[in-house]
Design a protein around this ligand. Structure first.
Ligand code: ADP
Length: 657
């Protein structure tokens, strides 16, 4: 018998499990089991009743690499149940590959099990792209009939969705509550944070089931169309999607019948809206950033709800001035009925209901919930308009100088009088312009919350302008140096900065884009302590030998691994080395790596395997991560995807959420 604290249970319910047949000679069987999902394990028991039940097995979720809907490869007779069932699989690697085939008893339950497990495994590094949707029968794969067991999967994975952002709409909540009365397995259809149970079709949807479903999205931000062909968005309004074949710009129709392009990251599918429709929900903002935001607002009772660092859970962060100004963090817990609560005395069916309750009653909190920060910044768009990367000089108003660097002066600007941008005015002769202009078309399409967005270029006149997202606090290096006093006592904030950069780099790595010059000077800081990576890939177009050759005076030697120093061999793994040095810069609040050592002395040290010392204000666990980045051989260094998971775990281990 094992008792799991209900606070750690993310989802539970009955499913039928196919035997895994780890030993070849046992017969395949199907058994009904009670499954419990926590943030570390998927555990199955022989009985729902906690007092009686015996654990029959568990999967370590760290090891999971595939979670996909499966084929219905066996009959009702084989399974031994009547009625429909919905198979899915969870594959993991533990010395060798194993697959758990599970049958949910309802379609929506399968969807939610898949989303819930993917959500817990969102940071796993070993995620696969292909899988076999039916089992190996001892001689061949049931799905593709291939008779090599260790072959790649025959079907492409549907993708690793983040179910934290995928809960059903508020509208379906009431319907689901009434549906629940007819539902004999309420435990297996948990209440979701935004209210509602998993994907039960609404009456309207049921009518539509035979015709293709119309995709309706809701605007998360206002957006002002400037270019003809674009459409303005009004926050909280609904739009019908006409064409979503391009990643970043979708064609939609508004309620008045106007049609045009909108940035896809400004909207969310209505059915997946979940908590995102609420002002107070800030998604995966870290504890440290939520504290800065609330302290900056400086209002009693100001609060946000954010994803907890424990996957699948949520945290309420609340600012109070009593007895002195500070931020309190409360985990939003769920009881065994799936209800949400902050104090056990008051449980609600959804987080919005819970928030509403505590707006009227402090109910044990440091203060009643009053306001939440408004006017939060909208994200950057991929380009300034649909399919636009060439920007007209005349539409740019140039304002104050922000700094100057390798390529020339950078100035703040306004595009068409309204949109803040940064304009890099490229000194003539510093870069191979035609090549870069070609590349810029592709680079405008790279979009991530931790990358400085490239909006486009002005290439018709000289000098060329590179137009990017404007970042209010300028370079990370200066920011660290300027704010050393407040930052160096806040390791959580420093680690959070590193995690943000790692997320941006993991995205670049996935896009096969190598930065080549990752360093604190090439990251920028925006509002709400957001840190973004800038200048990715630009180094390839620099013409200056002093910058491009490893013997040159401007070459970033102190950020370069041995294979770059020896053979100028750049890769995502050389970016990882530079990332380790960047972490060191962050944790020393902007010190120069290797102090005053000359470049030749640095090369000498790196070749001998002497690495940078542990910064004073730095946990051992954090320094261990840096050391992994400085493995002599590139293949021994982790990927950014892996590093991201490690850093998040380190932050969970050493910091309270
Ligand atoms: P270069 O690439 O030519 O070396 P940088 O990109 O380093 O130039 O920019 C020089 C300085 O200009 C930075 O240190 C920073 O202070 C400022 N800067 C550059 N880009 C931006 C931006 N997008 N937003 C705000 N400030 C910026």
């Amino acid at each position: 018998m094992s008792i799991i604290d209900s606070r750690f249970i993310i989802k539970q319910g009955y499913m039928v499990k196919r035997s895994q047949n780890k030993r070849v000679y046992t017969l395949v069987n199907f058994k009904k089991r009670w499954f419990v999902l926590t943030r570390r394990h998927l555990i199955y028991y022989d009985d729902e009743n906690e007092a009686k039940r015996k654990e029959k097995g568990r999967v370590d979720l760290d090891r999971v690499h595939t979670i996909e809907a499966a084929e219905r490869f066996f009959s009702n007779e084989e399974v031994g149940i009547e009625g429909d069932f919905y198979p899915f699989l969870v594959s993991y690697h533990h010395d060798e590959d194993y697959t758990l085939f599970l049958l949910a008893l309802r379609d929506f339950d399968r969807i939610y099990w898949i989303l819930a497990i993917r959500n817990v495994c969102a940071h796993n590094a070993n995620v696969r792209s292909y899988f076999h949707p039916a089992p190996w029968n001892g001689r061949k794969w049931t799905c593709c009939k291939n008779n090599t067991k260790l072959t790649d999967g025959c079907r492409e994975c549907d993708g690793w969705l983040s179910s934290q952002e995928s809960s059903p709409s508020k509208d379906s909540f009431k319907e689901n509550l009434s549906n629940k009365e007819n539902c004999n397995s309420t435990q297996s259809s948990p209440i979701m944070p935004g209210g509602g149970t998993p994907g039960t079709p609404s009456a309207k949807q049921k009518d539509k089931q035979s015709t293709p479903r119309q995709k309706v999205v809701v605007a998360l931000y206002n957006y002002k169309a400037i270019e003809t062909g674009d459409l303005s968005l009004e926050k909280n309004m609904e739009y019908e999607v006409i064409d979503d074949s391009q990643e970043h710009w979708w064609k939609v129709r508004d309620s008045k019948g106007n049609i045009g392009f909108i940035p896809s990251n400004y909207v969310k599918e209505k059915e997946l809206l979940g908590l995102q429709q609420y002002e107070w929900y800030v998604n995966d903002m870290s504890r440290q950033r939520s504290e800065s935001l609330l302290k900056h607002e400086d209002k009693e009772g100001c609060f946000v709800v954010r994803n907890s660092s424990t996957k699948g859970l949520y945290t309420l962060s609340l600012y109070t001035k009593v007895p002195h100004p500070h931020v309190k963090h409360y985990h939003i817990k769920q009881n065994s009925r799936g209800e949400f609560f902050l104090s056990e005395k008051h449980c609600c069916n959804s987080i919005p209901e819970l928030i509403n309750y505590h707006k009227h009653n402090s109910g044990g909190l440091a203060s009643r919930l009053k306001t939440s920060p408004c006017d939060r910044p909208a994200p950057a768009t991929a380009g300034l308009s649909h399919d636009k990367w060439e920007i007209d000089h005349n539409e740019l108003m140039l304002l104050e100088e922000l700094g100057s660097g390798q390529f020339g002066v950078v100035r703040r600007g306004k595009w068409r009088g309204t949109k803040d941008v940064a304009v890099k005015m490229m000194k003539e002769g510093t870069m191979s312009e035609d090549d870069f202009i070609e590349e810029a078309k592709v680079m405008t399409k790279l979009q991530h919350p931790n990358l400085v967005q490239l909006y486009g270029v002005c290439s018709k006149n000289r000098p060329i302008f590179i137009v990017t997202e404007y970042m209010r606090h300028g370079s990370l290096l200066n920011y660290l140096r300027k704010n050393e006093q407040s930052l160096c006592t806040n390791q959580g904030l420093l680690l959070d900065m590193c995690i943000q950069i790692c997320k941006g780099m993991a995205y670049l790595e996935k896009q096969n884009c190598i930065h080549r010059d990752l360093a604190a000077r090439n990251c920028l800081v925006g509002t709400e302590n957001i840190v973004k990576v800038a200048d990715f890939g630009l180094a390839r177009y620099v013409l200056d030998d002093q910058y491009t050759s490893s013997g040159g005076s401007k070459f970033p030697i102190k950020w370069a691994p041995p294979e770059v120093l020896n053979y100028t061999r750049f890769s995502s793994k050389s970016d990882i080395w530079a990332y380790g040095v960047l972490m060191w810069e962050v944790f020393t609040c902007g010190k120069m790596p290797y102090g005053r050592l000359k470049n030749s002395e640095v090369v000498d040290r790196v070749q001998k395997g002497i690495i940078l010392e542990k910064p004073k204000a730095c946990f051992k666990e954090v320094y261990d991560v840096m050391k992994k980045c400085w493995s002599h051989l590139p293949e021994n260094r982790p990927s950014f995807q892996l590093l991201k998971g490690t850093l998040i775990k380190v932050s969970q281990g050493i910091l309270v959420d």
